[in-house]
Design a protein around this ligand. Structure first.
Ligand code: FAD
Length: 300
């Protein structure tokens, strides 16, 4: 079943996706939870490797793509000018920039991996339909460091979803992951709720790419206290951290700082401290690349 649009456009496959939990599980090699950039990259990679892949996206099809649909650009190290990037941006300079933002509090090995892989990222993305454009003059001074998606994050995600459909990836829209079965440390099944009913997907592996809990003000309050009352969720409303909670409840070890966010102002720039609450937030910033930023702090 290639269910691009299961649950999204009233296709004939919709009925199958909304069948009851008592129905036999649907079998895959890999189930990817989430429908943003991380999820689609994982799905495309697994599918290219010959695996049967399902993507489970909580959002309905018109709102698919998580915060990735709001993004505009990607920071890339490069040794020489490219079609869309000027001059050069060394891996060392990228690392220095990252440390400047996160105060040096980051996983060094992961940071270096991220930066090294960024060199080839644009080419990889191009294979799945991503297109880039040079930075517009007068927007931000990012022409040297950041490659801009032609058409923004939505166009990027549309290209990825089209590639996934071509590769035969099944996509379940409007499908919230509500349970993960993990037995003796091994993933077994994922249960999705869609159309008021449940369905079980069984797979050899699961990739949890469902963002953080940045849309969950109650959970943010646990990390930020009263300051969270002033947060306005500006990105996707679907990243409430349900799959993360399921993993934690199953004994997964949390890593990182729950206060690690990037703060954005209305034009999408990352804020420096502007008031007490914003300052508290700025101290929690743990890196831009890959950071989960969808909060806006109202400023005086
Ligand atoms: C306004 C804005 C602008 C930004 N601009 C940039 C930028 O220009 N450059 C940059 O590098 N970063 C930018 N960021 C940050 C960037 O968007 C994120 O770092 C990135 O999108 C994270 O990708 P992801 O795939 O991990 O998560 P997301 O893209 O958020 O995807 C998470 C997915 O999980 C799904 N999901 C959540 N819960 C469930 C569940 N229970 N069941 C099933 N699915 C679920 C969601 O629906 C979503 O599809 C921006 C963020 C915002 C909000």
């Amino acid at each position: 079943m290639n269910a691009d649009a299961v649950g999204g456009r009233g296709s004939s496959a919709f009925a199958e996706a909304t069948a009851d939990k008592s129905d036999p599980p649907l079998d895959y090699d890999v189930v990817v939870v989430g429908g943003g950039n991380a999820a689609l990259c994982a799905a495309l990679t697994a599918s290219e490797a010959g695996r049967r892949v399902a993507v489970v996206e909580r959002a309905p099809r018109p709102f698919r793509g998580g915060n990735s649909r709001h993004t505009r650009n990607l920071r890339c190290a490069h040794a020489a000018p490219t079609a869309v990037l000027t001059d050069n941006y060394s891996e060392g300079e990228f690392l220095d920039d990252l440390h400047r933002v996160n105060g040096g509090v980051s996983d060094e090995a992961l940071s270096r991996l991220l930066i090294r892989q960024s060199v080839e990222c644009a080419e990889w993305m191009g294979r799945y339909g991503a297109r880039f454009q040079a930075a517009l003059r007068g927007t931000l001074h990012l022409s040297r460091t950041n490659a801009f998606f032609l058409g923004g994050g939505k166009a990027l995600l549309n290209a990825y979803y089209a590639s996934a459909a071509r590769l035969g990836v099944d996509v379940f829209y409007d499908a919230e992951v509500v349970d993960l079965e993990i037995e003796a440390g091994r993933f077994r099944t994922v249960t999705i709720a869609t159309g008021g009913r449940h369905r079980v997907l069984r797979a050899a592996a699961a990739v949890i790419a469902s963002g953080g809990f940045e849309s969950n003000l109650a959970w943010l309050r646990e990390a930020w206290g009263d300051a969270a009352d002033r947060f306005i969720v500006r990105g996707t409303p679907y990243n409430t951290g349900g799959p993360l909670r399921l993993l934690l409840d199953a004994g997964a070890e949390p890593v990182g700082d729950p206060r690690a966010v990037s703060i954005l102002d209305p034009p999408g720039q990352h804020l420096g401290p502007r008031d007490h609450n914003a300052r508290a937030c700025a101290h929690g910033v743990r890196g831009y690349a890959g950071a989960r930023g969808n909060m806006m702090v109202p400023l005086p």
